[in-house]
Design a protein around this ligand. Structure first.
Ligand SMILES: [Zn+2]
Length: 49
């Protein structure tokens, strides 16, 4: 069973939590822009939103 991970859009810093990053960012419509990040990095990024 796969583990859920945090993903961040390279373009708009949108955070997604799930099995994989969205193929198309729902916020900025960038394609394949999501990169896997550490949980603490996700908290850091979200804290600055
Ligand atoms: Zn985006």
């Amino acid at each position: 069973m796969a583990e859920k991970k945090f993903w961040r859009c390279n373009v708009c810093n949108d955070i997604h939590y799930g099995m994989a990053g969205p193929a198309i960012c729902p916020t900025c419509s960038a394609q394949n822009a999501y990169v896997e990040i550490e949980k603490k990095e996700a908290k850091f990024v979200m804290g600055f939103k």
